[in-house]
Design a protein around this ligand. Sequence first.
Ligand SMILES: [Zn+2]
Length: 155
Amino acid sequence: MENDALFMKEAVRLSELAVAHGNEPFGAVLVKDGEVVYSNENQIYTCTDPTFHAEAGLLRRFCGETGVTDLRSYTLYSSCEPCFMCCGAMVWTKLGRLVYGASDIDLCKILGETGAECCRLVFENSGWKPEVTSGILREESLKILTAYFSKNGKG
Ligand SMILES: [Zn+2]
């Protein structure tokens, strides 16, 4: 999709902002009908909530504030491949499409850990399977992840 890079740019911008706000470098944007309807950044430290990832936090807040719980007509852009928990949240909210930048394996390489194909593993084993596009603005996302995680551990 032609606007994928545009919306991913915003998700990556949010990942940078998250660091400026004292959190980890992850950002997410929710789009419907070509427009951003919600955005969120990682808030694990400022909210003292290890589950406040960019994606799960976005889904919780968006559903809570709007009353919308069926996201099949929405696309979520995430600067990095969502973790198992966030992929699970996408199943429960019936997200239509997920677009991410860097992969979990990319991220774990920086951390010296073994990554996993979180999205594929969760969606393949779930009753709801969002359409997935990966690698959009991967290099831009990786630059921010590398700058942060080469100096900081993961929360
Ligand atoms: Zn997550």
